[in-house]
Unconditional design. Structure first.
Length: 229
């Protein structure tokens, strides 16, 4: 009986902890990240927060261009809006132009069935209520086993491993950050579908300071600045 009671308490605490992550960003107004490829600055991904009594809205604007001999060979321009109520994702819309090809996601929360309904350019269907949008402002991405593509709506299974604490230099300042490895759960996915990220989190404020991955070059998302009320 004691083992059953302990298991129920542990399950409750785990669920409560998952649902509480957006509350950790109370007071955050803006998160500005710069995007680098092969050490060259190519664009930005910025987030703007609006807080209500039991709600949160996050707007994202992302733009970057990869050039070769002054010719654009790859570009992304994206706008998105996330909405949360009582720490539950209830709405997400995005429009992305990738090399002038339009991609989109329209998402809403079905409260009656406790499911997320997704209409995306590469996936249409349902996901568990605890799946999250795969954006770099939300540290809950390190706590779940599924993420929803912010560009196309596809649902991706993931595994996250804690590597350890590391001293990391960002914009000439040193930080003691938690290093995580995030990879696809399925190991036989083609390279363009595979998740393979190194992520550094500041445990003092739950902000992701740095993301690294390799895909036809070395890519880096780096926290440039943030604003608090």
């Amino acid at each position: 009986m004691k083992k059953i009671l302990f298991s129920l308490i542990l399950l409750f605490l785990t669920i409560s902890n998952l649902g509480a992550h957006t509350s950790h960003y109370k007071g955050i107004k803006v998160i500005n990240m710069e995007v680098f490829r092969n050490e060259n600055l190519i664009g930005y991904s910025n987030y703007f927060f609006t807080h209500g009594k039991n709600s949160l809205e996050v707007k994202n604007y992302t733009q970057f261009k990869v050039k070769l001999f002054n010719v654009v060979i790859f570009s992304v321009s994206s706008e998105a809006l996330e909405k949360y109520k009582n720490d539950q994702l209830i709405f997400y819309n995005s429009i992305t132009f990738q090399n002038d090809k339009e991609k989109y996601v329209k998402l809403k929360y079905d409260e009656l069935n406790n499911k997320i309904i997704i209409d995306g350019s590469s996936f249409k269907g349902k996901a568990r209520a605890d799946a999250i949008i795969g954006n770099w402002w939300n540290h809950k991405i390190l706590k779940v086993d599924k993420q929803i593509s912010p560009i196309s709506g596809s649902v991706k299974e993931q595994e996250v491993t804690y590597v350890g604490k590391e001293n990391v230099k960002i914009y000439d300042k040193n930080y003691l950050l938690d290093h995580y490895k995030l990879v696809s759960k399925k190991k036989d996915l083609p390279e363009d579908k595979r998740l393979d990220f190194d992520i550094w989190l500041n445990p003092e404020n739950n902000l992701i300071f740095k993301v690294l991955y390799n895909k036809k070059g070395k890519w880096e998302y780096r926290l440039k600045s943030f604003e608090i009320n």
